[in-house]
Design a protein around this ligand. Structure first.
Ligand code: PLP
Length: 380
């Protein structure tokens, strides 16, 4: 099956009723037929049939062998850092979600892990920064919010040559557009809160691994069953329902995004536009090689911090809000929201300043979205 069909039919199996929509199994525990026999389900933290369906569909979409549906994207990132031991080193993209940096700096640093942030869009910098104790390379591509593109295959090759794992946060593109495991990544994760959900009504995370027998998979399995960060059956079902429309949503969003990015480029008050679907983006060729679409995340700079702040109050259709990936268009001010706790030195290196706005384009009529932006920019 191809992606659009997987998204709709996934792991659905008809039960005796012929129900088209997956049943929701809310049961926390399961009756055993007799001693030594099990239906395959014992207790909801270990496995749940509705969550299993979701995990199965994520295996198919990401071309992985084992997935876990978790209570948030941060729970997924936490599990990855949790498989490491004191003394281990992690190399991360310097331009990435601020919550990942906070988890590293304020929590795992105290447990003896060390972290370095580099421009992973330049593989020569990565090769120089890797150390004998580097156990994980962690990237976002496109990066957040400056939209740099990292070569997944080159990163995987570099990681493996050094005995490290490559982890890709694939939130920005969703598996409909990018499948990092097929380029050699070991673990892919999502804030499923974003495109996978698509309706801004669930907080969820997904982890998918390439090899179900690998040591890191066994460690993740043990951690997840012992610590219990799993997604509830109800939220698992909502995600299953959302994924049925993933392809139509993200393709429509990407179409809208390209039109908006081109329009932004023509605005005198906009000084820079960062969208990986624009042919003059420095990562354009690589993006076309490793993804089948460009997504709908656009960052741009306006001519002054005052205009950036004023725009946020003038928008009517775009909501000034954190998050991304939903059918509703959102405008985020990264410096005060998603990246508020980012160390100043990293902000300076990536060019994330007071003029940067980050946009998640939804499925509305693009002419209405452009009219909203025009009004917000023009009152300057
Ligand atoms: C790229 C990225 N990764 C991870 C996360 C964390 O996900 P969650 O908010 O679902 O915990 C976010 C949240 O904004 C994100 O944007």
């Amino acid at each position: 099956m191809r992606d659009f069909s997987i998204e709709v039919h996934g792991c659905h199996e008809y039960d005796a009723t012929g129900a088209i929509s997956d049943p929701i199994y809310l049961s926390a525990t399961y009756r055993h037929p007799s001693f030594g026999h099990s239906t395959g389900y014992d207790y909801g933290r270990m496995a749940n049939p509705t969550r299993d369906r979701l995990e199965g569909i994520m295996n198919l979409l990401e071309r992985g062998e084992r997935s876990w549906a978790l209570s948030s994207g941060m729970a997924a990132i936490n599990m990855i850092l949790h498989i490491l031991v004191p003394g281990d080193h992690v190399l991360l993209s310097e331009d990435l979600y601020g919550g990942t940096v906070r988890l590293a700096k304020d929590i795992y640093h105290a447990y003896g892990l060390s972290f370095d942030y580099v421009d992973t869009s330049d593989i020569s910098i990565v090769r120089k920064a890797i150390r004998p104790n580097t156990k994980v390379l962690f990237i976002e591509t496109p990066s957040n919010p400056m939209m740099r593109v990292t070569d997944i295959a080159a990163m995987a090759e570099t990681a493996h040559r050094n005995g490290a794992l490559l982890v890709v946060d694939n939130t920005f593109l969703s598996p409909h557009f990018q499948k990092p495991l097929t380029f050699g990544a070991d673990i892919v994760l999502h804030s499923a809160t974003k495109y996978l959900c698509g309706h801004n009504d669930i907080i969820a995370g997904i982890l998918t691994v390439r090899d179900k027998n690998a040591d890191y998979t066994k460690k993740l399995e043990l951690l997840i069953k012992s610590e219990g960060p799993n997604l509830s059956p109800m939220d698992s079902w909502l995600l299953l329902r959302s994924i049925k429309t993933l392809g139509v949503r993200v393709e429509r969003q990407a179409e809208n995004a390209l039109k908006i990015a081109k329009w932004l480029q023509a605005q005198p008050a906009v000084t820079d536009v960062y969208y990986v679907g624009l042919p003059d983006h420095p990562g354009y060729a690589l993006q076309q090689k490793q993804a089948t679409g460009n997504g709908s995340m656009i960052s741009f700079k306006v001519e002054s911090p005052a205009l950036a702040k004023a725009m946020l109050g003038r928008l009517k259709l775009f909501a000034f809000a954190e998050s991304l990936g939903g059918v509703e268009s959102l405008l985020t001010y990264p410096l005060a929201q998603t990246h508020a706790e980012m160390p100043k030195e990293l902000l300076a290196r990536t060019g994330l300043d007071e003029c940067v706005m980050r946009m998640s384009v939804g499925i509305e009529d693009v002419q209405d979205l452009i009219a909203d932006l025009e009004h917000a920019l023009k009152e300057s």
